[in-house]
Design a protein around this ligand. Structure first.
Ligand code: ZN
Ligand code: MN
Length: 485
């Protein structure tokens, strides 16, 4: 028996706009229920929708990053649902003429290879409101979210492992953040994943396909990987029990994900697209994309995370790992890049950011570029380490001081006695004192005994301590070597 996992993914991304997709209502999180509503997003008779241009621009930028073609002509369709959180009883979406089509994304896998996933399309639509059932005597509906601009990205079924599905989710999150189309905060539900999963099983020269399951509304990378792995296992078990468990004999199914149990749960049989009664929305004009407008967007595309990572490795000489960490988030990648452009030595900057910048930002629950140290000042700090003015230990201290003091880095290093001492005369005096006070360790080094290495380290530590951490470790080490030889 040969088993191939086949997964296509649908991704909904909430666009970073100030207002809704087809009306001027504010997009706010945590506002009083039903405070951001108007006749358009309440679906009142006679109200007319107007397209949000910023949402269209965000979407085109994302589509270009995903190598999609942009349609010259695109229109809007009504997708019929009868749900309490959808006041119009239809969702405005794009059916047969989406604004973009035929793209791809290359996924960087852990083994160093890349896996190409074709992207069928990306289209624009609006979100529904929210039903609230918990802790209430009856269900309530909040329509603040109704009409929120959503970009839906649909891949071809080119994903063949739970890992690939997770990497796709991670790369897409980075891409929408890098182009500025979405904050893609998963906890806030700004990015939701829906894998369509089935198996192709080859047995006795025959190919069997298990029924497709769509897992709804996954909002963490762990859930994406877990749900796909669980379904791959569940569908194989079903098939082993009963070989008539195939697409031909069963319809599509929607299932949910129970994060605590790590299992998918049956929700409902899935509608076919004819059940949605799609038809063109007569209230909205189609969009004809202006070539000059599109060229302008194309010419101003920001650098994408993978390209940036490659540049950090190839041009700045960073280690692969450091480059990955630095390009994990757009604000951090740009902060580091700006500090390099301000003249900071790249490797020192990478050390500062990865060794204590990130942890400091996470302690303060903010992004690294919001800590209050400008890229220019970070570059100053890195230069002080590079030219030996301060050592690595002092750079962590100085970084912390710079969080609250705007004076130039060099001035602060002086003021807080962090300047490294490289004057060999002064250090030699300390070395002599330490050697005189530790005859046993000196003997261990000179006799070349087993303890020589440890003794040498001990003496080094003693000198550094006497200098209050300010001696240049390189000078100390050279002097010790000379005197102990
Ligand atoms: Zn509205
Ligand atoms: Mn959708």
């Amino acid at each position: 028996m040969e088993v191939k996992l086949v997964v296509g993914m649908e991704i909904h991304v909430q666009l970073a706009c100030n207002t809704k997709m087809f009306c001027g209502c504010r997009l706010g999180y945590g506002d009083a229920p039903n405070s951001n509503v108007c006749p358009v997003c309440l679906g009142l008779p006679g109200s007319l929708p107007v397209i949000n241009k910023q949402a269209f621009e965000h979407s085109v930028r994302t589509a270009l990053a995903l190598n999609l073609n942009i349609a010259e002509f695109t229109k809007w369709d009504r997708k019929g649902y009868y749900y309490p959180d959808l006041p119009k009883n239809y969702q405005i979406s794009q059916y047969d003429l989406p604004f973009s089509y035929d793209g791809y994304i290359d996924l960087p896998l852990a083994d160093g290879t890349a896996h190409r996933v074709r992207i069928n399309r990306a289209h624009l639509e609006e979100d529904a409101g929210k039903n609230q059932h918990e802790g209430l005597p009856h269900s309530q509906i909040d329509l603040n979210r109704a009409g929120t601009p959503l970009l839906e990205i649909v891949t071809e079924p080119d994903l063949n492992s739970p890992e690939q599905c997770r990497v796709l989710a991670q790369e897409l999150q980075k891409i929408v953040q890098f182009v500025g189309a979405s904050h893609a905060n998963m906890q806030l539900g700004q990015m939701r994943f829906e894998p369509n999963i089935n198996l192709q099983i080859t047995m006795d020269g025959k190919v069997y396909k298990t029924p497709i399951v769509e897992v709804k509304n996954l909002n963490s990378f762990r859930a994406v990987e877990g749900a796909v792995a669980y379904e791959a296992w569940r569908q194989l078990e079903e098939f082993k029990k009963d070989h008539s468990f195939t697409r031909e004999n069963h319809g599509k199914q929607n299932r949910g994900w129970d994060d605590a149990k790590g299992e998918t749960i049956f929700q409902r049989e899935k509608e076919e697209s004819s059940d949605y009664r799609y038809f063109p929305d007569p209230d909205l004009v189609p969009v004809k994309v202006d070539a000059g407008w599109l060229k302008n967007i194309r010419d101003n595309m920001p650098e994408m995370p993978l390209a940036m990572k490659a540049r950090f490795v190839n041009e700045l000489g960073l280690k692969e790992y450091d480059a990955s960490v630095l390009t994990a988030e757009a604000p951090m990648a740009r902060y580091f890049d700006a500090a390099v452009k301000a003249g900071g030595p790249a490797k020192r900057l990478a050390n500062i950011i990865t060794q204590f910048g990130i942890s400091t930002a996470s302690e303060k629950s903010c992004a690294i570029d919001e800590l209050g140290i400008t890229p220019q000042r970070l570059a100053e700090l890195a230069k002080l380490v590079e030219d030996g003015t301060i050592n690595a230990t002092a750079s962590a201290k100085l970084f912390n001081i710079m969080l609250t003091d705007d004076a130039p880095a060099a001035e602060l290093a002086e003021k807080h006695s962090l300047i490294q001492k490289s004057d060999s005369g002064e250090i030699e005096k300390l070395v002599d004192e330490v050697l005189a006070a530790n005859a046993k360790a000196v003997e261990d080094v000179r006799s070349g005994s087993k303890k020589a290495g440890a003794a040498r380290g001990f003496l080094m530590g003693q000198v550094m301590q006497r200098s209050k951490g300010q001696a240049n470790p390189k000078v100390v080490s050279e002097l010790l070597a000379k005197k102990l030889s």
